[in-house]
Design a binder for this molecule. Structure first.
Ligand code: FE2
Length: 345
């Protein structure tokens, strides 16, 4: 396994790069925008292919690297379903599994620091975001933070993991890099409380100053979606209302780019083909399923995904391959549902 803990000294942020092998798929957790060149250099040096960029929550102390990594690698951006970000490619929820080749992260919803805070369990370790820090916990005084919820996330979820589970937080300001659940149970001063009320009192007494970058970071992190201004002008975007009239027509091929777990949870547009985004390059190349379908039938290709970001990247890639009939469902299945579109499961 490839496991790299990277550090941004300005914000004290830890970023994690994960892959199962050299030459394989990679995932990055909590990337910082100022370090994107460094991540991409390391990814190239290790011969990796970045497929997912994940934020544990909407950060207030640094601008996320999610948008820039997506623009430079066409990777999928991921956050929890409560995120206030305008668009991320994929939203996860408690009980989901976030996967890349050879690696699976179990998704835990751990609100309290913010209402969109998640932790991710991978084999012998857990990425705790700003929920549980080394000998500390994340502040709960902004972005819908809630000390009682955080108490619950820590005591009912994270501390239930085996004691030897390695704890990798999103921040450290003292130079510590890793801990364990057992160590935090024994020595974390914030956890020496007997109830949620006592914990809430402790957190309410902290009176921390706002992070220096809060006024820049939060607005920037809420606007991470892919710029698609010229898609409609080029005829590459179809609204959900327009799609209602296109789906089911014999001259239109509807193609779902989502993963199996998303299809099971949210349903499928009737009659659509399934071609997961991660295999897109293969499908739209000469000899690939989508390329040959378009060449043989001249059908219009209507891509869709969860929120319209993967499908927008797919349209761009397909158009680059000369597939001139490619367009996408703007806003994804989310918009389709809101327009009253039918679903099958
Ligand atoms: Fe945070």
């Amino acid at each position: 396994m490839i496991f790299r803990q990277l550090f941004d000294g300005v914000s004290g942020t830890y970023t994690y790069l994960l892959a199962s092998r050299r030459g394989g798929e990679a995932m990055i957790l909590d990337p910082v925008i100022a370090k994107v060149d460094r991540y991409l250099q390391l990814i190239a040096e290790l011969d990796l292919h970045l497929v997912k960029a994940v934020d544990t929550h909407l950060h207030a102390d640094h601008v996320t690297g999610l948008g820039m990594l997506r623009d430079r690698t066409r990777c999928i951006t991921v956050m929890g379903e409560q995120t206030k970000a305008d668009v991320v490619s994929m939203r996860v929820a408690e009980g989901d599994r976030l996967t890349i080749e050879g690696i699976a992260l179990d998704v835990l919803y751990t609100p309290g620091h913010t209402d969109d805070s998640y932790s991710f369990v991978m084999d012998d370790r857990v990425f705790t975001g700003d929920t549980l820090l080394i000998r500390g916990t994340g502040r709960t005084d902004f972005q819908n933070g809630d000390a009682r919820q955080q108490y619950d996330s820590i005591f009912s979820k994270l501390l239930k993991l085996p004691d030897d589970t390695l704890v990798y937080p999103a921040h450290d300001y003292k130079g510590d890099t890793v801990s364990t659940i057992g160590e935090e149970k024994a020595f974390n001063p914030r956890l020496r409380v007997r109830s949620a009320d006592e914990y809430a009192d402790l957190m309410a007494g902290l009176h921390l100053p706002d992070p220096i970058m809060i006024d820049v970071a939060i607005p920037a992190n809420r606007k991470v979606g892919l710029a698609q201004d010229d898609f409609a002008a080029r005829g590459w975007a179809v609204s959900a209302a327009e799609a209602l009239a296109l789906v089911g027509r014999p001259d239109v091929a509807v193609i779902d780019l989502r993963e199996r777990s998303e299809r099971a949870r949210h349903g499928v547009i009737p009659g659509s083909l399934h071609a997961p985004y991660r295999d897109l390059a293969e499908h739209i190349g000469r000899g690939g399923m989508i390329y040959e379908l378009a060449a043989a039938t001249n059908k219009r290709l209507l891509f869709y995904c969860a929120f319209g970001e993967r499908s927008a990247m797919a349209v761009q890639a397909a158009q680059d391959m000369g597939l001139a009939t490619a367009c996408h469902l703007q806003g994804g299945i989310d918009a389709w549902k809101k327009a009253g579109g039918a679903l099958t499961r």
